[in-house]
Write a protein that binds this ligand. Structure first.
Ligand SMILES: C[S@@+](CC[C@H](N)C(=O)[O-])C[C@H]1O[C@@H](n2cnc3c(N)ncnc32)[C@H](O)[C@@H]1O
Length: 299
């Protein structure tokens, strides 16, 4: 199946002027944080005052509402930003700003992306803070009718067949949790390709593509950056729409779309839950533990 990937160069604050199609079933994006990175364009979002930043972000997500499928899902990857010791909960401030401005998006879920290997930020030591290891993904739907696509992701149950309580067993496996564990990394070839900005992991995009779309559907990213969303969309047989303000990114986006992404098994993503894994994997993993347990009982 050939899945078309379209790139629009311009500000996602004005999708009408860019003629962005209105068929995306999933909008997945990692917006610029406030006052953090310079993406090299004078009109990029993130350099203005905090209030103006929130206002511009609200405009983008209003545009996403108007330029998407009637049953679309919007997934925004965000976290807090600390500047001059002031903690800015961007995710909640954005949500409040959306509410205040009459956004039609309905918040339906909040997923934690746990990054076990996230490096500590140097000033966190000085300021007596714990290292941050997670980000949020806020999930919005167009209404509360639950008519969006939802493909529940399941992984093998650890004790399937061993637990005598039949009602606890599901031959299809257990549901994946809302804490997804994906190591923080940049796709390794990105640096070589001269992109030093905040790309999100392909696995994060894969998770939402699987959850909220089917093959042949369209995915949109209004802050497409290096093109991660389009690369994953193409490899998973979805069409893609990417919007990026900096024209210098086009070449990189095209290059990344031409690469293949091999989706990873969910037993590797959702490791936070103790009962994830195949029965074989777990019997191997727990061998030592069971022996210890027996020794304690013998005392
Ligand atoms: C955090 S990066 C996105 C990285 C992307 N998820 C990836 O994997 O490469 C944010 C991107 O938004 C772009 N951007 C900033 N303001 C924009 C606007 N008004 N419209 C479209 N893109 C914008 C920046 O140039 C930057 O590439």
């Amino acid at each position: 199946m050939e899945s078309e990937q379209q790139i629009f160069i311009g500000s996602s604050e004005n999708m009408k002027a860019l003629n962005v199609p209105k068929n995306a079933r999933l909008i997945i994006t990692s917006p610029p944080y406030w006052n953090l990175k310079d993406y090299g364009h004078p009109d990029e979002i993130g350099k203005e005052s905090y209030d103006d930043y929130l206002e511009r972000m609200v405009t983008v997500f209003d545009q996403c509402y108007e330029h998407s499928h009637e049953n679309a899902i919007l997934a925004i990857n965000l976290a807090h930003r600390r500047k001059n010791k002031v903690y800015r909960p961007i995710m909640w401030d954005l949500y409040a700003a959306m509410q205040k401005n009459g956004s039609k998006w309905k918040l339906i879920d909040n997923i934690i992306w746990y990054k076990p290997n996230e490096l500590p930020q140097p000033n966190f030591y000085i300021e007596r803070l714990l290292d941050n290891k997670f980000e949020y993904v806020l999930v919005f739907a167009k209404n509360y009718n639950y008519d969006y696509i939802f493909n529940k992701i399941r992984v093998p149950q650890k004790w399937l067949g061993k637990d005598p309580r039949k009602e606890k067993q599901n031959p299809n496996g257990r549901c994946i949790s809302n804490i997804i564990r994906i190591p923080a990394y940049r796709p390794p070839n990105l640096k070589k390709m001269n992109y030093h900005q905040a790309a999100f992991p392909e696995e994060l995009v894969q998770f939402f593509v699987d959850l909220y779309t089917n093959e042949g559907d369209t995915i949109m990213d209004p802050f497409v950056g290096s093109g991660t969303t389009l690369k994953v969309a193409k490899s998973m047989n979805r069409a893609g729409i990417g919007i990026e303000i900096n024209p210098n990114n086009s070449k990189l986006i095209y290059e990344r779309i031409s690469e293949n992404y091999e989706p990873v098994p969910y037993t590797k993503i959702d490791l936070i839950h103790s009962s994830t894994g195949t029965v074989e994997e777990h019997s191997k993993l727990n061998k030592g533990k069971r022996r210890r347990l027996v020794r304690i009982e013998e005392k």
